[in-house]
Design a protein around this ligand. Structure first.
Ligand code: NAD
Ligand code: WQD
Length: 339
């Protein structure tokens, strides 16, 4: 298939482009490079020996988007483009509703104009909000607690309404838990701007000496060691989940939702221990107050994806850490040379 990947230069997008190419698909990327570097796509080309058609464009630009669809004749879209920082979404809600919700609506409109009727969307486990318990299943109640989370849920609702009006449209929403890791080559990985918000990129920067220590946000949660428990999933497993979803559900009408996670909870201190053991680096940390809005324990039940897509995560915690560390070591300042 010929696949349009919005946000394909980003962290998850670049790993998915690689997996698509390795699975025999053709890839067209649209990205405005607001949070990524074109270098990621060059490295995917280097790793696969295949080329990617790249458009530097904003998906909010209807004219540009329509011209790309007219030129490229794609079979399906994987939609990663958007903004993803929970805290920023609280400060700039209107921007999040524009860049995540309005832009996704526009994308679906342009898809219909060009008879493209398969969409795979990057949703987030954050749509569940505080769950009654973990593991979290897809039929649990959704009540996201930030504008970011609500923007993801709104896009899911638009997709669900669209398949009622367009019964031949296949809309697939993948709710990711905590993506971490990098391709095993260490050539592509996560390259956050500024101070990382998320645990793994922060530990990476402590390991490489860019930050003095990790703040562990709370050690008094009701979890085995008192620190927060999450469902970390290797980004390459996440990437293969997209390819499986696409191959299984292309032209399979309706709205489909799947959790993508491992089903295993890992605490902050377990992550620090694994990182120390695998990298051999001393990961200094200090216990700090709880981060507002954090939940003690959050992990998914991935059995629906196993049953319907034949997908399950194959890489364990050690590989997530080993690949993150390799990426960080080979690229201490990410794709660019900023310090
Ligand atoms: P990322 O920021 O690395 O990738 C997003 C890409 O979209 C970037 O390359 C950015 O330049 C591009 N982009 C943003 N707005 C755009 C626009 N208007 N037009 C064109 N391009 C635009 O983020 P990521 O971690 O790869 O996440 C990809 C998707 O997965 C996002 O939608 C995110 O909300 C979702 N998601 C991420 C996580 C996570 O923890 N990384 C978890 C759950 C869901
Ligand atoms: C993981 C654990 C922290 C940083 C976020 C978004 C979610 C999704 C994934 C997009 C928690 C602890 C963290 C640090 C720490 N993104 N921590 N020190 O909060 O589960 O999820 O990313 O959809 O929407 O909310 O991930 O990596 O920030 O935190 O102790 O410096 O690590 O308290 O227990 P989170 P995270």
């Amino acid at each position: 298939m010929r696949i349009l990947v919005t946000g394909g230069a980003g962290y998850i997008g670049s790993h998915t482009c690689l997996e698509l190419l390795n699975s025999g698909h053709q890839v067209v990327v649209v990205d405005n490079l607001s949070n990524s570097s074109v270098e990621a796509l060059k490295r995917v080309e280097q790793l696969t020996g295949q080329s990617i058609k790249f458009y530097q464009a904003d998906i909010r630009d209807e004219k540009a988007l329509s011209a790309i669809f007219a030129a490229e004749k794609v079979d399906a879209v994987i939609h990663f483009a958007g903004s993803k920082a929970v805290g920023e979404s609280v400060a700039k809600p209107l921007f999040y509703y524009e860049n995540n919700v309005s832009a996704s609506g526009l994308l679906m409109q342009v898809m219909l104009q060009h008879q493209v009727k398969t969409l795979v969307f990057s949703s987030s486990a954050t749509v569940y909000g505080e769950p009654v318990s973990s593991p979290i299943r897809e039929d649990f109640a959704v009540h996201p607690e930030s504008p970011y989370g609500r923007s993801k849920l709104m896009v899911e609702q638009i997709m669900s309404d669209l398949v009622v009006a367009q019964p031949d449209f296949s809309a697939i929403s993948l709710r990711y838990f905590n993506p971490v890791g990098a391709h095993e080559s260490g050539l592509i990985g996560e390259d956050p701007n500024g101070i990382p918000n998320n645990l793994m990129p922060f530990i990476n920067q402590v390991a490489i000496g860019r930050r003095p220590y990790l703040s562990v946000f709370g050690d008094d949660y009701d979890t085995p060691d008192g620190t927060g428990v999450r469902d970390y999933i290797h980004v390459c497993d996440l990437a293969s989940g997209h390819v499986k979803a696409l191959e299984t559900l292309h032209q399979n009408a309706g709205f489909h939702v799947f959790n993508l996670g491992t089903g295993q909870g890992v605490s902050v201190l377990e992550m620090v221990d694994a990182y120390r053991r695998i990298s051999g680096q001393l990961i200094a940390y200090q216990v700090a107050p709880r981060r507002p809005g954090d939940i003690a324990c959050y992990y998914g039940d991935p059995s629906l994806a196993a049953e319907k897509l034949g997908w399950k995560a194959e890489r364990g915690l050690d590989q997530m850490v080993a690949d993150s560390w390799k990426w960080q070591k080979l690229n201490p300042h990410g794709y660019t040379r900023r310090s």
